[in-house]
Design a protein around this ligand. Sequence first.
Ligand SMILES: NC(=O)c1ccc[n+]([C@@H]2O[C@H](COP(=O)([O-])OP(=O)(O)OC[C@H]3O[C@@H](n4cnc5c(N)ncnc54)[C@H](O)[C@@H]3O)[C@@H](O)[C@H]2O)c1
Length: 393
Amino acid sequence: MTTPSLLEITWTDPVTSRKGYVVIDTLVRGLASGGLRLREGCNLEEVRGLAQGMTRKEAIVYDPADRYLPLGGGKGGIDIDPADPEATNVLRRFLAAVLPVVREQWNTGEDFGLRQETIDQVAAELGLDSTVEAVFSTIPDAAESRAAIAEAFATIIGGISLGDLVGGYGVAQACIVSAERLGQRPEEMTAVVQGFGSIGGAAARYLAEAGVKVVAIADRDGLIRNDEGLDVEALLGARDGSGAIDRSVLRSSDTTGDRDDWLTVPCDLLVPAAMSYVIDVDDVPSIVAKIVVEGANMPTLPAAEAALRERGIPVVPDFLANVMTNAWWWWVVFQDIAPTAEASFEKIRAVMNRLIDTVSADAQASGGTLREAALALAARNTAVLAERAGVTR
Ligand SMILES: NC(=O)c1ccc[n+]([C@@H]2O[C@H](COP(=O)([O-])OP(=O)(O)OC[C@H]3O[C@@H](n4cnc5c(N)ncnc54)[C@H](O)[C@@H]3O)[C@@H](O)[C@H]2O)c1
């Protein structure tokens, strides 16, 4: 069970009876940040856990030298398959119903099952200039910030918007820095990635670019495997808008299988980057990996993490590994960085290196896990933030 939140909204769609949820875990200066997911089976408990994760993500990147002063944590979820033909209509009715919260407190964006361009379009239909209007309302002259975020999203690298790359780039950096701390070089490593959307696709791209062999990728339609390494760019070019890969581009040496087999493919880096709760304790004996890096939110169940630890497999926790989409938005909006790929990647590399170094050193000193050390760092930062800006919880 998770602890109670500041605000929990359960909405029922008057047309389909689908449920939608908004949870505000904490507010800083009256504001919270966190994406919106579309997933069949999504429930309040899940969204509450994700909102708590957002409080930690905001806090963990805190750097007093930045103009960006972290916000509180929030999250939204709708219980619907993103491929359901009614999904966008349900999303529109949900956002219309919670519009006052979006306008004043909850700064949101894409998450699992929802693309930024879709939520941007629905927000525009509802009269919002963006999905982060609550933050813009606190910036005296927000015109430059609006222009900066628009320019950042308009930056396309290899066919993909920078906004859809930064999160996965951060996950790839978390993999590389963590592995290097274990004495492994990227060119000697292999990786398996579950999910090939915004996070998984970009993580796979930047792992491959660093020389890591990506030997298996799972999407909603199955597993694609090649022990010599997949052609990640070809697969990225064959993705549809939901992150599903067109199998017609596979090479003759690529093999396909059941999507749930991703956990049994031997690798150095195991990167869950799709749904929550996908690594259970029963899965642990079949995992052959040196590190698990959580690209997804809440993919590893606590008992599984404990069992992995017993086997000497560290887990880089979600609120550290996949923090960069969220942080990047605010670095651009508060103009800590120019809205360019170079500035974005440089900042992400520097911050991920600093965070992994701090957390690894703290975990080593205390004998605890990376998650425990990362939680302690987030708590220390929250205490400083509470002094500086006040945290409502
Ligand atoms: N998008 C972001 O900026 C962001 C930021 C931080 C964390 N996250 C987290 O990362 C995870 C992925 O989010 P995303 O935005 O990349 O999602 P997405 O919707 O862009 O992509 C999801 C991917 O998962 C695949 N998938 C769906 N069902 C599957 C299944 N049963 N087995 C294997 N693959 C399956 C889809 O085919 C797709 O490739 C989520 O947990 C999300 O909360 C996302």
